[in-house]
Design a protein around this ligand. Structure first.
Ligand SMILES: [Zn+2]
Ligand SMILES: [Zn+2]
Length: 77
C-alpha cells in the first residue's frame, strides 16, 4: 500500500513510476499524467502521446509547433 503523491489517496493498487531517476507513487494514470506529463508549449494541454519536439520545447501536435514558429515538423500517423 502506498499513498498517491498527487491526490493523497491510499490505495492498495497504487504503482510506482521512475522518471529522471526519481521514484513516484500514484494511484492512477490520471495522477501520474498530472505529475509527469510535459505540457504543450503552445496550448498548455498535457502531452500524453509522443508529442512533437522542436526548438527544445514540447508540443502536443505539429499544428501547435508550427503555430509557435517551429519549422519542419509534421504529425506522423
Ligand atoms: Zn492520485
Ligand atoms: Zn498543443
Amino acid at each position: 500500500m502506498a499513498r498517491c503523491e498527487v491526490c493523497g489517496n491510499d490505495y492498495d493498487k497504487s504503482f510506482e513510476v521512475t522518471a529522471k531517476g526519481q521514484r513516484h507513487t500514484f494511484d492512477s494514470f490520471e495522477c501520474a499524467i498530472h505529475a509527469l506529463a510535459p505540457t504543450c508549449a503552445h496550448c498548455g494541454c498535457k502531452v500524453i502521446g509522443h508529442g512533437v519536439e522542436g526548438d527544445s520545447r514540447i508540443f502536443c501536435c505539429a499544428r501547435c509547433a508550427k503555430e509557435s514558429g517551429v519549422r519542419g515538423v509534421d504529425d506522423r500517423v
